[in-house]
Design a protein around this ligand. Structure first.
Ligand code: B12
Length: 494
């Protein structure tokens, strides 16, 4: 039985396919051989050549993102996945299996949309090997937890377990090309825990990762960090819903062990700014253990919006956190999400004031909120008649997009344009802001540079590319994300 696992995610800035690597690790542990095809390292021609000659029985595809979830630059990735599946089916008699963080958000709908045969909703280390065996041996699909499949003409999902695994085994990190991701493309990650205890009004992730936090065995994390370091990765992203939803004793023990092991990697992590979920001591240890940057999930600076979003924190806790993080010597990045129901000039002013007052190293401003199923936002949008219960949420649907584009974005951009460190990722990237940030981070600004950037800032996009070239632009401005359509030109080689 030949298995092929594919990562088609070329969205920039690139992230190494962590979920795919973990799930491939479980195939290895179960002695199920597979080939791996990462579209970031193959020319279009090779992809289809391999598919044509491979004779695979099972093709697994990781669906990391459905879309950008970013109103100012909406890109919908599933049509590419659908095309890929059609090509695979043209050349093979095989079963196509989907999985991944994006797939898990709307598993049945995505299976239907793409025409895949099977899917695993959520963590898949147990389900995928079971599925391969069931396909190979003609076994029973109905007992495989989290499996989404076609039965008698309709799509069903088996019993949803969390798949969090209290006793997760150690993981190998040599399956995907982490070194190349680190050196050339983007960033690699590691997981320290599973689950999410929150229920934010715009997110259905707790349904997928489970509402209970399960932390990993610390020696396994240390081993994995060592392996990644030996592969040449010096900076990693801790890919947990939030690093500090774990009990503080776990975070402290983990940091102490990283310090003791003297691994020498730096890392970034997501933090939720809830007063009782962080202490100065933990932050100090995080810094000593290599954490040099945290993304604080601020989401909004207005208490009334935060409450309506069902966030567990208030604006003052964001301020307190930013101070703590600064004191610990860690760089703070606030992430905001504007355009929640009830957002107004008053609430946007509150957020702009908070950013001004707290002075994070960066504040990333997203405006326009993607509607996901089983969320408070979906409920509100239905009540307000924006969508109906039948609206197809596989397509990127945003809450009141016209209002956000016309009123919210111009207002908040105007209010924050002079605040240092504010990043307003729109279609029209603010070159000056980003250039300065990149240059400031390196601590060296050559004479005349700022003037040069001012000059660039006023040029048309075409002229900027003429001067800088596409590649330089991609590296300097990671938010200039571009998804390379896999079907473009490639299909002819089949
Ligand atoms: C950490 C994180 C990030 C980090 C990633 C850092 C890194 N080095 O990887 C950063 C901040 C950079 C980031 C960026 C983005 N992110 Co993000 N991110 C996450 C987060 C919190 C965790 C993802 C993760 O790594 N989990 C741990 C791994 C082990 O789990 P997993 O990927 O789900 O894999 C398991 C299963 O899915 C399954 N599986 C995986 N592959 C396959 C394949 C097969 C065949 C099978 C059967 C199973 C399977 O098995 C794995 C092991 O059990 C999730 C939310 C969440 N809690 O899931 C959002 C999330 C994945 N991100 C999301 C988005 C939208 C983005 C961005 C597009 C945002 C933007 N506009 O820039 C970018 C995309 C970056 C890129 N190039 O792809 C969305 C994706 C859904 C969607 N709307 O499309 C999520 C779900 C958040 C959300 N609620 O909207 N993200």
């Amino acid at each position: 039985m030949r298995v092929l696992m594919i990562n088609p995610n070329r969205f920039r800035w690139h992230v190494a396919p962590l979920g795919l690597e973990y799930v491939c690790g479980s195939l290895l542990r179960e002695n199920i051989p597979f080939d791996l095809l990462d579209f970031n390292f193959e020319s279009g021609k090779n992809v289809f050549k391999k598919l044509k000659t491979g004779q695979y029985d099972i093709v697994g595809i990781t669906v990391r993102n459905i879309d950008t979830s970013f109103l100012a630059k909406v890109e919908f990735f599933l049509p590419e996945i659908k095309t890929l599946i059609e090509k695979v089916k043209l050349t093979h008699t095989c079963n196509v299996v989907l999985g991944g963080a994006g797939f898990s958000v709307l598993p049945e709908e995505i299976l239907k949309y793409t025409g895949a045969d099977f899917g695993v909703a959520g963590y898949a280390e147990e389900a995928l090997p079971q599925l391969v065996r069931a396909i190979r041996e003609g076994g029973d699909f109905s007992t495989i937890e989290n499996l989404v499949w076609r039965q008698n003409g309709s799509i069903t999902t088996n019993h949803r377990g969390t798949g969090q695994y209290e006793h997760m085994p150690p993981r190998s990190r040599t399956i995907v090309r982490n070194r190349s991701y680190f050196n050339v493309l983007g960033v690699s990650g590691i997981e320290t825990l599973r689950g999410c205890t929150m229920r934010c009004g715009f997110c259905n992730i707790p349904d997928i990762v489970g509402p209970k936090v399960v932390t990993r065995h610390i020696p396994h994390i240390i081993e994995e960090l060592r392996e990644l370091k030996s592969l040449g990765c010096h900076h990693l992203f801790f890919c947990d819903s939030e690093f500090n939803i774990a009990p503080p004793s776990f975070s402290m023990n983990l940091c102490e062990e990283i310090i003791r092991a003297d691994i020498g990697v730096t890392w970034s992590a997501n933090l939720i700014p809830v007063r009782k979920m962080i202490s100065k001591d933990v932050l100090k240890l995080m810094k000593q253990a290599g954490c040099n940057e945290v993304l604080i999930s601020a989401d909004n600076g207005s208490d009334s919006i935060l409450a309506s979003m069902n966030k567990p924190h208030k604006a003052e806790e964001i301020a307190l956190y930013t101070d703590y993080v600064r004191e610990a010597g860690i760089k703070s990045i606030h992430t905001y999400l504007f355009g929640w129901p009830g957002e107004s000039e008053k609430t946007l002013d509150e957020s702009a004031d908070l950013i001004k007052r707290t002075q994070p190293d960066q504040a990333v401003i997203y405006a326009g909120i993607r509607i996901f199923p089983n969320t408070r936002l979906e409920e509100i949008a239905i009540q307000e008649g924006e969508i109906t219960a039948q609206t197809d949420l596989v397509q990127p649907v945003y809450y009141r997009p016209n209002w956000v584009l016309k009123d919210v974005i111009p207002y908040i951009f105007d209010k924050t344009s002079n605040i240092p460190g504010c990043i307003q990722p729109t279609k029209h990237i603010d070159f000056l802001n980003l250039f300065r940030q990149n240059a400031c981070l390196m601590g060296k600004i050559p004479p005349g540079f700022v003037e040069f950037v001012d000059y660039l800032n006023d040029l048309s996009f075409k002229d900027k590319t003429k001067i800088l070239g596409h590649t330089a632009l991609d590296y300097l401005f990671p938010s200039r994300c571009r998804y390379i359509p896999i079907s473009e030109g490639d299909a002819s080689s089949i």
